[in-house]
Design a protein around this ligand. Structure first.
Ligand code: 26V
Length: 797
């Protein structure tokens, strides 16, 4: 191991060294960016020791490795996280202060890597951190998108997207590995040579590796996140260039690079675009070639691959892994079909993250066969094999149906384990998504309830609270989150409750100051901060929240002298660029904010805040400042949620439906510390059977009628009175997500929130209980579950 006993003097020397020799700057002339880069390199140097040691141990002990395949990693900033895991944060603060640099400003100078859309990508980032913390030898594979998730701004209340450019400056965390490069083919045809099939691609690109070390808590282990970027296989056409045809000469280069240019920003509807399929195959094939190369460097028997390799598919996006692994085994190594499929199944696992039919990947056989002709053949054979092996199955069970390749069925059949991400969701995967396959393979579907890393989502982002916790029960909780339970007896102590309240207050003040700068609205930290942050989607029901907000505003206006609990409603989130209904909801929230925030009758009793461009850093600011966590999806639609866990950890009770992991949060924290409302998943299904469900619910609630009437009259869109006619019409006549049916219950639950908040002592207990009972939601617990139930692997620590 390297010398971890780093002194401030040595760290100072290391920063100066990098400033001088890596950045090429002299201290008096260094900018914030220069200092930040120098500090990042100095911290990165300290990761390399544990990283090499971990890699070496894995080789020497010939350990099984986990390979996590994900099209998304929503990482956020790395500097503070890495510094804290190495135990160097406070030293870095001190050292940089010595240089006249504010650590916080340096941290904020780092662009947040947003190589993901939302929950699925953030989960992958939490898993990488937990695997490192637990000493689980692992690699994450993904794409090094030049542009991550778009930047959102509002123009006249409407979402406008701009490209994101996290890579415009050098990324100090990555190591380029141009020697780790693979050729990825597309299109072309299949030949039979000496009885073996051979794919002759019509196009090729090169996948080139970039490694980012991921260090775990206390620096005891580090793994690799390997992201691929696409490069042309042939350099540019010199002949054309010399003829003066510069654009044409650069064409192959531009085409190749397109593959890793940008993250697909639509996580709601599957679009069936060729480029997306190419991205998926590009990442998966590069990863599998890399995995096989590593395995074959010290083993020769591919039939024993599963003893040393576990590959996890993060949703179906890398589901081409099944056929690609089989192709590599059969076509390159002469393995038989039967042996190839059995080996692939033993190695692969598939995690499902959504039940929404429109988000399930299916590719037209035409497109698929054109882009991946050999894989299309293999898939048809797998489908055939499955029909023969499981005879008497219904004709509609299969991968290829109505000229579409169904990636969910493919991933299911190619895996030894399929998992959902919360107890309810896993049950629904069994009963409603894959009922026939589940019956054929009764032990295949398992549950692994999601979790989040407490290092980033409590210890790092909430210094006031994590300081209090550590001061009360010691530091062990950071690595063993269950120990938060030790806080429970302290909650009886009024002094502890006051300190807990003071930590929340400090976070609210910081958030209020930021809101003033960002949105120009002054909010009082005395108000209840009610936070609803996540992607904008109809099923997540931001519409339900804003309609209730309007009802609340109306009630205040009707009776301004009543004793109202002041509220700040905070929204955050992006819509997929082509998701018009979601964009309309964004517009409505901003329009309501405009009217409410400038209403002198209402004043401080209600504010509506919607800062643009919700991302990981914004979450790190808002979650610690939240009093109330909005988790109000239509039951049965939110696979798990992970934001719900972050709020809970940070001492914000939930107002929520019985959906996803909310159910498990409720079980852990107890009904007295949770504001439950709404239809259950079963009731939702039953309710839809009534064609009048919305109308009946609206007619039963005067408050909802008034709200819809105000929208219809253009109260929030005086410049365009009919702007929300579509919204109102959909609530009355369609309302698939049952906003109307849950409105009254939601309104009542919000009333219960007010009542509880009024009783400061009661609220403080509830808030603290949420933190004390959040232990289950550490991603360390989740990863232990995967290691035992799916990967059959052990910690190297
Ligand atoms: C879907 C698609 C569809 C095709 C094109 C691109 C694309 C990109 C991403 C997705 C992901 C949809 C699934 C997803 O994000 N699920 C979320 O996963 C979280 C982690 O398990 C979970 O907490 C959320 O409840 C779930 O919505």
């Amino acid at each position: 191991m390297t010398d971890t006993a780093l002194t401030p003097e040595r760290l100072q020397a290391a920063v100066l060294h990098h400033l001088t020799y890596t950045i090429g700057k002299d201290a008096p002339h260094a900018s914030l960016h220069d200092w930040r880069m120098a500090l990042c390199y100095a911290i990165r140097d300290r990761v390399v020791g544990p990283w090499f040691a971990s890699t070496r141990r894995t080789w020497e002990e010939d350990r099984k490795r986990v390979y996590y395949l994900s099209m998304e990693y929503l990482i956020g900033r790395i500097l503070e996280d890495a510094a804290m895991n190495l135990g160097l944060r406070d030293m870095a603060v001190e050292v940089m202060e010595g240089f006249g640099q504010d650590f916080h400003a340096l941290v904020e100078d780092e662009p947040a890597a947003a190589l993901g859309n939302g929950g699925l990508g953030r989960l992958a980032a939490c898993f990488m951190e937990s695997m490192a913390t637990l000493g689980c030898p692992a690699y994450g594979y993904g794409i090094r998108y030049e542009h991550g998730l778009f930047r959102q701004r509002f123009e006249a209340g409407q979402q406008v997207e701009a490209p994101e450019d996290w890579l415009t400056t050098t990324n100090p965390w990555e190591f380029d590995r141009p020697e780790s490069a693979y050729t990825i083919g597309f299109k072309g045809h299949v030949e039979t040579v000496k009885g073996r099939e051979r794919w002759v691609p019509g196009e090729t690109v090169t996948a080139s590796a970039h490694d980012t070390p991921v260090v775990g808590w206390q620096g005891r282990w580090a793994n690799t996140l390997r992201l691929w970027s696409a490069k042309p296989t042939t350099l540019f056409d010199l002949e054309r260039f010399n003829r003066g045809d510069y654009a044409a000469a650069a064409e192959p280069e531009a085409l190749a690079r397109t593959i890793s240019r940008v993250l697909y920003p639509d996580d709601t509807t599957y679009a069936g675009k060729e480029l997306r399929l190419k991205q998926e195959f590009f990442m998966t094939s590069a990863a599998l070639q890399d995995i096989l190369r590593r395995y074959l460097a010290s083993h020769s028997d591919l039939s024993r691959l599963h003893e040393k390799v576990a590959i996890q598919m993060n949703d179906t996006h890398p589901a081409i892994a099944g056929p690609e692994l089989m192709r590599l085994m059969m076509d390159d190594h002469g393995v038989s079909f039967e042996e190839a499929i059995q080996t692939a199944q033993k190695v692969l696992g598939y995690t499902n993250h959504t039940l929404l039919p429109e988000a399930l990947e299916r590719w037209s056989t035409y497109l698929f066969g054109n882009v991946l002709p050999r894989h299309m053949q293999i898939i048809e054979r797998i489908d055939d094999w499955h029909r023969k092996t499981y005879a008497n199955q219904a004709h509609y069970i299969g991968i290829v149906k109505f000229q579409e390749v169904h990636m969910g069925e493919l991933a299911f059949m190619m895996s030894h384990k399929v998992n959902g991400v919360s107890a309810l969701h896993s049950e629904l995967v069994k009963t409603s998504l894959f009922p026939e396959l589940a019956a054929q393979h009764p032990d295949r579907i398992v549950n692994e309830t999601n979790g989040v890393t407490p290092r980033r989502w409590l210890n790092m982002c909430n210094r006031p609270l994590s300081g209090l916790i550590t001061g009360t029960i010691g530091e062990a909780w950071v690595g063993e989150l269950d120990r938060l339970r030790e806080l429970e007896p302290h909650i009886e102590d009024a002094g502890f409750r006051a300190a807990f309240g003071a930590a929340k207050r400090a976070n609210k003040e910081a958030a209020a100051a930021w809101i003033k700068r960002e949105c120009g609205v002054v909010v009082s930290p005395d108000a209840l901060f009610d936070v609803h942050v996540k992607r904008i989607h109809e099923y997540k029901r931001q519409l339900l929240n804003i309609l209730q907000t309007v009802a609340h505003w109306h009630a205040i206006r009707e009776n301004p002298t009543a004793d109202w609990v002041p509220r700040v409603k905070i929204f955050g989130g992006k819509s997929a660029p082509g998701y018009w209904v979601a964009k309309e909801i964004i517009h409505l929230i901003n329009d309501v904010a405009n009217v409410v925030n400038s209403d002198p009758v209402v004043g401080d009793r209600l504010k509506v805040i919607y800062p643009a461009n919700y991302n990981v850093p914004m979450a790190e600011l808002l979650m610690p400042a939240a009093d109330l966590s909005e988790q109000i999806s239509t039951a049965g639609k939110e696979a798990s949620g992970t934001g719900n866990m972050k709020f809970m950890m940070n001492g914000a009770p939930t107002i929520g439906t019985l959906d996803g992991a909310n159910i498990e949060i409720l079980e852990e924290v107890g009904a007295e510390n949770f504001f439950l409302f709404g239809l259950t998943a079963e009731e939702v299904v039953a309710r839809r059977q009534n064609p009048d469900h919305a109308r009946e619910a609206i007619l039963a609630s005067q408050s909802l009628q008034d709200v819809l009437q105000m929208l219809a009259e253009g109260r929030f869109s005086p410049d365009q009175r009919d702007r929300y006619h579509g919204v109102v019409d959909r609530v009355w006549h369609h309302d698939y997500f049952l906003v109307a049916s849950d409105f009254a219950a939601y309104e009542a639950a919000q009333g219960a929130v007010d009542a509880a908040y009024r009783d400061r002592d009661r609220w403080q207990r509830m808030a603290a209980m949420n933190t004390a009972r959040a232990g289950f939601f550490s991603s360390d617990r989740t990863i232990r579950g995967y290691m035992k139930d799916i990967w059959s692997t052990e910690s190297a620590l």
